[in-house]
Design a protein around this ligand. Structure first.
Ligand code: APR
Length: 273
């Protein structure tokens, strides 16, 4: 692993525009379970996963029932939200914030809703699946900090009158257009993508490495027209191989814990700068 860390440090030092993509594996060392790892929330509670898949349509049909469900979360998924509220950043989050302060990492695009990247000091963070710390209006796009909104009356309403929901992107819910646009812009301009702690099976997030590699999410056939972005490096940091590893989309996988590898990467980088 040490050689791969040294290789990644060299690649990062040589990069002009590095970004990081992160998933739930970043936060397991902060006590928040992931979804599909051996003790993941979906792995251990299929019912919770099935309920999560129905949540967006529940909001659209009966916003009050959605809120009663979200506030009364029981079982593994319910404790998941509790674990998020108690969680603190781990060494992996601080390492990415340090890479940003060194001017190397330009942006973190995270699937995590726990806000731990910002808590660790990362300033440019795109929350691809939203945040548990905010509420959003689907009608006018307004966002509110969770503590700004009273939950006396359910559902809470936006100033425009439409019911508010958590600013968490549920299954089948479209990713907010502003986040999609920004994320694809970052992916299509990076020359190094560090992919940390994600199983890379949820789309359209899992398409971002393709955008980095080929400059577009279009199917491969078209991409020959768009052209391969030469010199782009895609590096995975994960406890296990993913479809990006198997499919050759990533150049190499540094296998292990993000909370150990990312600080070691920072350390190695200091030696090479
Ligand atoms: N260090 C490195 N990798 C880890 C660690 C760790 N400490 N802990 C777990 N992992 C790995 C797991 O092996 C797995 O490959 O991180 C990955 C986490 O994958 P998932 O649990 O699928 O989480 P994620 O990829 O973020 O899920 C994407 O699915 O349910 C939706 O909206 C939810 O944003 C989430 C999305």
């Amino acid at each position: 692993m040490e050689d791969l860390i040294k290789r990644a440090a060299k690649d990062l030092a040589a990069s002009k525009y590095a970004i990081a993509l992160t998933g739930a594996g970043m936060s397991t060392e902060s006590g928040i379970p992931d979804f599909r790892g051996p003790k993941g929330v979906w792995t251990t509670n299929r019912e919770a996963e099935a309920t999560a898949h129905r949540r967006y349509s529940l909001f659209l049909q009966d916003p009050r029932a959605y809120w009663e469900d979200m506030l009364g979360l029981k079982g593994a998924y319910g404790t998941f939200y509790e674990e998020i509220r108690q969680a603190r950043p781990n060494a992996g989050h601080y390492a990415l914030a340090e890479l940003e302060s060194l001017g190397i990492l330009k942006c973190v695009i995270t699937q995590n809703i726990d806000g731990l990247h910002e808590q660790a000091g990362s300033r440019r963070v795109l929350e691809y699946h939203g945040s548990i710390r905010a509420l959003r209006c689907l009608a006018c796009g307004s966002r509110f900090a969770r503590e700004e909104v009273s939950l006396e009356e359910l559902p809470p309403r936006c100033r425009c009158g439409f019911p508010l929901k958590y600013d968490v992107v549920h299954f089948q819910e479209p990713i907010p257009a502003d986040v999609i646009r920004e994320s694809e812009r970052e992916a299509s301009r990076c020359d190094l993508m560090l992919i940390c702690g994600t199983s890379a099976v949820v789309y359209p997030f899992a398409d971002l490495p393709r955008v980095a590699r080929f400059g577009s999410r279009r199917p491969v056939a078209d991409i020959d027209v768009v052209g391969h972005r030469a010199g782009v490096k895609i590096v995975e940091v994960n406890a296990e191989e993913t479809p990006l590893t198997h499919g050759g989309m990533s150049d190499y996988l540094i296998r292990g814990k993000t909370g150990e590898i990312l600080p070691a990467l920072c350390e190695a980088l200091h030696h090479s700068l």
